[in-house]
Design a protein around this ligand. Structure first.
Ligand code: FAD
Ligand code: NAD
Ligand code: NAD
Length: 503
């Protein structure tokens, strides 16, 4: 039964409000409505509360959980030794500290059951869970919920993230996507003794999950197959030789990587099996995780008449992260102008934190342009960890510099194999270079366990991206390089600060 809750208009925030007195209208705090319960909304809520602890901040989230971070769902949680990890959701971070996936417990919010309560004062951030915003009404400064009720906003943030892409027409309970805590729990329950799991997709998510499942396969009898159309893991980001080397590492970890394979069809088979048709072979598995990219959720913005960047599928905002007066956007869903690199949309955690926080600051009265240069990272098992800043797209030309890695250069110490090294790859346009004065150390391949190096991405002679491969603690240096807009002939001189050869 829809609850029709007439939106309460606060006296201080509409254009004609200075004419009316507060006598007929209830006195309410200006509501800051944050649509979406992810990292961008959480960061915005914190920023608003830091500026004004009494601010009326309402997070509306379709999910049942209080805001949480997604990165551990495909990495750290799978490496936990705690058999109860699916309940605790506690993981060890890179420094060995125990952390919670959920940012803060629901009890620390003012949990609302419905739109009523949106205008009562509270020092806590308000949290309205299990509710979807179905409409953004710019003229009336309201949002409509799926129960029919409306909430007035003074300022609103679109932080709706995205939905995982699916194969159209495939409906099988054993074919799932992966984005939420629920998805983590489900895959955990499927990845049990005797299971054969196929991961479709060779990007961030597919590669991380394949490696995570392979780790479980060290102790349990699980088979992991990864299928994707590219030449190797992370081919859309890494130069070709690094993709090949990384793929060999992922295979060493126990993943049966089927590269250069596209899915012709996915069908339900006998006894709950799922059959993947790869053209030249059919693969029968117990479960399929589809990790083929993200569809940003721009429907609310589109319906409200906001400008959509169709090329990048994002909500267009100005330098202040505002799409229209009082309407902001942040996180995966925003298409923003990067002063250095031009228009961009970024699907990474740190960007959600930085843009969410920045939008929050501007919603509560700031007017600063968004100039933060975000980073991202990924780990693929014990031997490969990388961080990056700027545009890292394998379509760009690249210049790479490699040095011998030591056990200290990896996210964790692992037994190295002697797989093909980046430095032995055939020389192509993106082949690694040796750069003076700090040229890569010449080492015998048999001594080399894994690569440690830098990949510079170049567009119109300018350095636009930097990948730090098993090089840690240098994100700020990378950021400074991107922000300075150096040309690629400066690369040699820039290498010193990365201590590539320190032991
Ligand atoms: P989301 O986190 O997607 O949050 C959006 C929220 O809005 C969702 O809860 C959704 O339910 C809700 N919502 C949407 N529409 C509505 C509506 N109409 N009404 C109500 N609620 C709505 N990035 C990294 O940099 N490093 C990593 O290691 C990394 N690992 C990842 C691992 C996984 C498994 C996944 C899925 C992502 C990972 N990412 C990583 C990416 C990172 O998590 C995202 O970039 C980030 O979550 C984006 O935050 P967001 O707040 O924009 O969107
Ligand atoms: P945060 O609080 O924003 O992190 C949230 C989550 O992201 C946590 O799970 C954290 O462990 C994870 N995370 C952040 N950066 C990561 C990275 N580079 N690799 C793996 N996981 C990462 O940020 P934080 O945890 O306080 O990290 C702050 C800084 O520390 C980051 O900018 C990062 O460069 C650096 N860091 C380095 C490593 C490494 O492998 N040497 C790992 C984590 C963080
Ligand atoms: P992605 O864009 O990184 O990779 C998409 C992959 O899908 C491609 O590499 C390709 O192999 C595959 N693909 C596309 N169409 C296909 C098809 N028809 N058949 C088979 N394969 C196909 O997206 P993702 O890996 O699905 O990740 C989902 C989201 O989560 C992204 O926003 C990503 O940035 C985010 N994420 C980020 C991290 C990180 O930053 N470390 C980790 C996990 C997830």
């Amino acid at each position: 039964e829809p609850v029709k809750n007439s939106a309460v208009i606060p006296t201080e925030s509409t254009s004609d409000s200075n004419k009316s007195t507060s006598t007929q209208k209830p006195k309410v705090q200006k509501p800051f409505v944050l649509i979406g319960g992810g990292t961008a909304s959480y960061a915005a809520a914190k920023a608003i509360k830091e500026k004004d602890p009494l601010a009326n901040v309402i997070i509306i989230a379709e999910e049942a959980q209080a805001p949480y971070m997604r990165p551990p769902l495909s990495k750290e949680l799978w490496f936990s030794e705690d058999p109860k990890v699916t309940q605790t959701l506690v993981f060890k971070d890179w420094q060995g500290h125990e952390r919670e996936t959920i940012y803060q417990d629901a009890s620390l919010y003012e949990v609302l059951q419905d739109a009523a309560g949106s205008d009562t004062p509270s020092e806590k951030v308000k949290l309205l869970l299990n509710k979807r915003v179905v409409k953004l009404n710019i003229d009336t400064h309201t949002v409509t919920l799926d129960d029919g009720s409306e909430i007035y906003y003074n300022k609103v943030l679109l932080a709706t993230g995205g939905s995982p892409k699916k194969f159209p027409g495939v409906q099988d309970a054993n074919v799932t996507t992966f984005r939420s805590i629920e998805d983590f729990k489900l895959l955990d329950s499927k990845a049990k003794e005797g299971a054969h799991i196929a991961v479709v997709g060779g990007g961030f998510l597919g590669s991380e999950l394949a490696v995570a499942l392979a780790h479980r396969a060290e102790k349990q009898n699980i088979k992991v197959t990864q299928v994707f159309p590219e030449e190797g893991n992370m081919a859309n980001v890494f130069p070709t030789y690094l993709t090949k080397w990384t793929t060999s590492k992922v295979r060493d970890l126990g993943v049966d990587v089927k590269s250069n394979k596209s899915i012709k069809s996915i069908n339900s088979g006998k006894d709950g099996k799922v059959v993947l048709d790869l053209g030249d072979e059919k693969l029968s598995v117990d479960h399929v995780v589809v990790a083929i990219g993200l569809e940003p959720r721009v429907d609310l913005a589109r319906q409200a008449g906001l400008e959509i960047d169709e090329k990048r599928a994002g909500v267009v905002v100005n330098a202040e992260l505002e799409a229209r007066s009082d309407v902001f956007a942040a996180g995966d869903v925003v298409s923003f102008h990067d002063v250095q690199l031009g228009r961009r949309r970024i699907e990474h955690h740190d960007h959600a934190v930085l843009s969410g926080r920045h939008a929050g600051e501007n919603m509560i009265g700031g007017s600063k342009p968004f100039t933060h240069q975000s980073m991202f990272w990924s780990d693929l098992g014990p031997e490969i960890g990388y961080e990056a800043v700027g545009l890292v797209d394998s379509q760009l030309s690249t210049v790479s510099v490699w040095a011998k890695a030591t056990s200290k250069d990896t996210p964790a110490v692992g037994a190295g194999s002697e797989a093909e090294s980046p430095r032995t790859a055939a020389l192509g346009s993106d082949a690694p270079i040796s750069a003076a004065p700090v040229s890569p150390i010449q080492v015998d391949l048999k001594d080399e366990k894994f690569g440690k190096g830098l990949v510079f991405y170049v567009r119109d002679q300018k350095i636009v991206g930097l990948l730090l491969f098993n090089v840690f603690g240098k994100v700020q240096e990378a950021r400074d390089i991107i922000n300075a807009g150096y040309t690629s002939d400066k690369i040699d001189g820039l290498l010193k600060q990365f201590d590539l050869h320190s032991e």
